[in-house]
Design a protein around this ligand. Structure first.
Ligand SMILES: Cc1cc2nc3c(=O)[nH]c(=O)nc-3n(C[C@H](O)[C@H](O)[C@H](O)COP(=O)(O)OP(=O)(O)OC[C@H]3O[C@@H](n4cnc5c(N)ncnc54)[C@H](O)[C@@H]3O)c2cc1C
Length: 450
């Protein structure tokens, strides 16, 4: 089996490793670095900057624990740290791919026909034959016509770290996951931040109670929320950036970051040459096996228009490799995107999985909802951060865990317990009966499951 993969992000490199391990002859084409945008621009640098902001927060909290420390920010050291993390991760992915015998080609790939792929490299053009092809080229920031992005003061999310300087006043346009993470990141590093929120709630798709905790935290930190307003004009005048909204409001800052979504990298892939179709937004529609309309051509990751998460992309890549090699084709092995855990790395962290409360009530579903605050948790009090809560949604008849949200310290880690419970259809009683560590934040999960 000759598997050719275009794009070495989480979807592509996971498919390559698993495919090679299962016995396929794999070629991986990547035009920047393996690890993809996830490592180079998105998850890794953003979370590294958030970690620095978090350390500053810890220093401030340390005063309450009897410690005094100087919290000066060294932007050059931060830049070196981010590059170092990226480099280490890239090397570890490369080592894994090499150890599995994956052939890596540094170049730009596209389809020439249903079974032919062309790669443009620095040395010239190479043509490859493929039994199966995986397209995993990811996505890029959406740029509205009204925003003169210059990469200096008007930035996409991929241009904002590490910044040459910490913005004195950052305007963040867009209040989805990326927008609120940027708001948190820069306000914790000392910027004044104005967040333009098109609806009446930040994180419009999330639980209202969860969004309210975050809004309270933002307001406490002096973040200005411009609610119910859509940005429609943006101008840069020297060192000043001016944004106008559709309800006539005006805000002026030193920098602006656009966090208004992404578009798929499907336009230069030669899809027509192989007969692969896209939807009206440019995403490649896929079935449960990640197959496009051309059955031996697969799409995974952001390009597939499913959940734009690195974790989902990697799981899709694994499934593609297994399917190509004829494994796990049965329905119970399909990915259930509704069970994907996700996290927002703000302070407090926010994480959720499975069924949402609002969505369940809208469907008129019977639900048992239990909520426990961390303020009664010993570990939360010991670590000096008892903010937030655990909420578990279960079926009142069977006790099966259907979903949950966690707001608080380490929520992104703790949600894994509920993710396993939702995927494996565990009952609340199974969580209660688990013998957990004390003192631990996870004890609040068992309490909420009672
Ligand atoms: C600011 C930000 C923060 C994020 N944080 C998180 C997070 O914390 N957790 C999380 O799960 N997700 C996060 N995401 C989402 C995550 O980054 C994406 O879902 C993930 O990168 C998608 O993986 P992928 O494999 O589809 O594509 P990518 O990671 O985008 O990789 C695609 C690769 O394909 C290459 N490529 C493109 N075209 C070609 C071509 N023609 N030939 C050769 N190579 C090509 C690109 O160079 C790139 O390396 C974040 C996104 C953003 C914008």
């Amino acid at each position: 089996m000759n598997l050719v993969i275009i794009g070495g992000g989480p979807a592509g490199n996971t498919a390559a490793t698993v495919g090679a391990r299962l016995g396929a002859k794999v070629t991986l084409i990547e035009d920047t670095v393996v690890g993809g945008a996830a490592h180079l621009h998105d998850c890794v640098p953003s979370k590294a900057m958030i970690a620095t902001g978090g350390a500053l927060g810890e220093l401030r909290r340390a005063a309450g624990m009897g410690l005094h420390a100087d919290g000066r920010l060294d932007l050059d050291a931060l830049r070196v740290r981010i590059l170092d993390i990226e480099h280490r991760l890239q090397r570890s992915v490369e080592t894994l791919l090499e150890s599995q015998g994956v052939r890596m080609i540094h170049g730009r790939g596209r389809l020439k026909g249903p079974h032919e792929v062309i790669v443009e490299t620095a040395e010239g053009i190479e043509e490859l034959k493929a039994d199966a092809v995986l397209l995993a080229t990811g996505s890029r920031a959406r740029l509205p016509a009204w925003a003169p992005v210059d990469g200096v003061r008007v930035l996409t999310t991929r241009q904002a770290y590490p910044p040459p300087e910490i913005p004195s006043h950052l305007i963040v346009i867009g209040s989805g996951v990326t927008g609120v993470e940027f708001t948190h990141m820069f306000s914790s590093l000392g910027s004044t931040v104005t967040l333009v929120v098109s609806r009446q709630q930040v994180l419009p798709r999330k639980d209202a109670e969860v969004a309210a905790v975050l809004e309270d935290d933002f307001l406490r930190r002096g973040v200005r929320l411009l609610k119910g307003a859509r940005a429609e004009r943006l101008e840069r005048r020297g060192d000043v950036v001016q944004v106008r909204t559709d309800d006539g409001r005006f805000v002026e800052g030193s920098h602006c970051v656009l966090a208004i979504g992404s578009i798929p990298n499907s336009d230069e892939l030669g899809l027509d040459a192989a007969g692969v179709t896209v939807d009206e937004h440019g995403y490649i529609p896929i079935n449960n096996h990640m197959q496009s309309n051309v059955k031996h051509i697969y799409a995974a990751g952001d390009l597939s228009g499913k959940l734009p998460l690195s974790s989902v992309a990697a799981s899709q890549g694994r499934k593609v490799a297994e399917h190509v090699m004829g494994l796990h084709t049965l329905e119970h092995r399909h990915l259930n995107y509704e069970n994907a855990a996700s996290a927002i790395f703000t302070e407090p962290e926010i994480a959720d999985v499975g069924l949402g409360e609002a969505e369940a009530f809208a469907e008129g579903r019977k639900l048992r909802v239990t909520k426990v605050p961390f303020s009664a948790n010993a570990k939360a009090l010991i670590s000096g951060d008892p903010r937030g809560f655990v909420k578990i949604l279960s079926d009142p008849a069977t006790g099966v865990v259907l979903g949950g949200s966690i707001v608080g310290r380490n929520a992104a880690e703790l949600i894994s317990v509920l993710a396993v419970a939702v995927t494996c259809r565990l009952r609340v009683g199974d969580i209660v009966d688990s013998l957990l560590v004390h003192p631990a934040l996870a004890e609040s999960l068992a309490e909420a499951a009672e």
